[in-house]
Design a protein around this ligand. Structure first.
Ligand code: AMP
Ligand code: MG
Length: 468
């Protein structure tokens, strides 16, 4: 088959990218192909085509690969030039429902944005992105998807020699907060405006006719990102590297690097080896949401109002509302997780008090087993607070709570020890554990025994790496 590529980003936004071809993989071997996703996209591709096209070994007809420019605040410090240092956007496809998606290769070789990097990726981290993004999708959390992972047949050097791989990533777009920052930092207001127009047309078409479309764009991005972070918090997901270049304007989760799911609930949980200060710790993620949105607002100031002081006032007014907006989203997520029907004024306090009562207990299973007191007693280290909380919850949740809880809270998540086992086996050439885990996390509400339990004692402390 062929892929009917379009190139709206390249067409609309000259001067925001460089044309550069992926490296040809010497001996590509298909490790994983996301057939359900291919079907959703209306792509009828053979395994041979996937192997060649999604490894860089051959370009699919109609592809016009580019590397996109972007900047970003990394751990709070501004880098004026990052960009796709190991990624190539092949083009866009329009799915049967009419939605437009980027198809991008990641780990496909050096570009002018590579700085010191080799432009490559290893099998482990690319399969990791496949797994975790598939779980997010299964849970209905907005996310980029993985279409395929192809081993390149090359060895790459990290701490040791590792097999190389390319990930084919599907995204609503790759517009990042950092994309806006790249041009704003250079004073290129016309390009920021063009990016904003492109973002509106692509992700928020209803706003095109708004009286103040750029302000409406900011509000819409803030709303989607607030909802996204609330969903992450509900799953115990720690992104690990919420730099502004890793925050998508579409509101999708993007750039699965050192991310991982918290097991025992502790607000300060950090997995990433480089996050020494805990900037991106679990409980900090909502604060970073606001910080990152402030950076986005800064790039849009000239579009908010030509008078700088007025623009700043407008932006500050908007930013002041983000904490409340996030809080409302979080309470909404918690209502769902607690099986509450409707809204009552005490709901926020009920959720807050559960946080205090469940400290140290497995995040995922505590919600899943709320209606099963015997199981909860085994999960919660200090049961006295939980014992006081449970009758309040039962009174509020009422009949049918057990069923609602089972439909809202996953039984299976990508447990860290399972992910590590699957990836080390895959790196050594055995893909069976990866595919077994993938099948389980694609049906997260099914109680698939071997994948439910937390890591055995002795596993950890768990540390993740950026996978660069
Ligand atoms: P990340 O931490 O993966 O979000 O990447 C931050 C920046 O580093 C982006 O500009 C990436 O393109 C770049 N980068 C990450 N890994 C590599 C690599 N192996 N080679 C070249 N550039 C890289
Ligand atoms: Mg990134």
């Amino acid at each position: 088959m062929s892929i009917a590529f379009d190139h709206s980003y390249a067409r609309d936004l000259p001067g925001t990218y460089l044309r550069v071809a992926p490296d040809p993989a010497p001996a590509p071997r298909l490790l994983a192909l996301n057939t359900p996703l291919a079907a959703e996209l209306g792509l009828d591709i053979t395994e041979a085509e996937a192997t060649a096209w999604f490894s860089g070994a051959a370009l699919p007809p109609g592809a016009d690969p580019i590397a996109q420019a972007y900047a970003g605040h990394q751990f709070g410090g501004f880098s004026p030039q990052l960009g796709d240092g190991r990624a190539h956007l092949l083009g866009e496809v329009i799915a049967p429902g009419g939605r437009r998606f980027d198809i991008q290769l990641k780990g496909s070789g050096r570009t002018p944005f590579s700085r010191g990097g080799d432009g490559k990726a290893a099998v482990g981290p690319m399969l990791r992105e496949f797994l975790i993004s598939e779980f997010m999708a299964a849970m209905g959390v907005p996310t980029t998807r993985a279409l395929a992972v192809v081993a390149t047949g090359e060895e790459i050097w990290r701490e040791t020699k590792l097999p190389g791989a390319v990930l084919a990533r599907v995204a609503a777009s790759h517009l990042r907060v950092g994309t806006f920052q790249f041009f704003a930092a250079r004073g290129e207001t016309a390009k920021v405006r063009a990016l904003a127009d492109h973002a509106i047309a692509r992700h928020y078409p209803d706003l095109a006719g708004a009286e103040t479309p750029y302000l409406a764009l900011f509000d819409a991005v803030a709303a989607r990102q607030a909802r996204l972070i609330a969903e992450w918090m509900g799953l115990g997901f720690i992104h690990g590297v919420m730099n502004t270049d890793n925050m998508a304007i579409s509101g999708e989760t993007i750039d699965y690097g050192p991310c991982a799911f918290m097991e025992a609930y502790a607000p300060g949980t950090v997995f990433s080896s480089i996050d020494h200060q805990g900037r991106y710790a679990y409980a900090n993620q909502p604060l970073i949401l606001g910080w990152n949105l402030a950076r986005l607002a800064e790039t849009l100031l000239p579009l908010f109002d030509p008078v700088p002081d007025r623009a700043v006032e407008i932006a500050n007014d908007r930013l002041a509302g983000i904490a409340d907006r996030y809080r409302a989203e979080w309470v909404g997520v918690m209502r769902r997780k607690l099986g509450l029907v409707g809204e009552e004024p005490g709901d926020a306090a009920l959720a807050d008090d559960l946080m205090a009562a469940m400290e140290g207990a497995d995040w995922t299973l505590t919600f899943r087993r709320l209606a099963d007191e015997a199981a909860l007693r085994l999960l919660v280290p200090d049961f006295s607070r939980m014992e006081a909380w449970l009758p309040r919850w039962r009174a509020r949740a009422g009949d049918g709570a057990e069923g609602r809880i089972a439909r809202a809270n996953p039984a299976v998540i990508p447990r860290n020890h399972r992910v590590e086992d699957a990836l080390s086996a895959a790196t050594a050439g055995d893909l069976a554990p990866f595919h077994a885990l993938l099948a389980a996390i694609r049906q997260p509400f099914v109680e698939a025994e071997p994948f439910i339990l937390p890591a055995p004692t002795g596993f950890g402390p768990y540390v993740t790496f950026c996978g660069t």
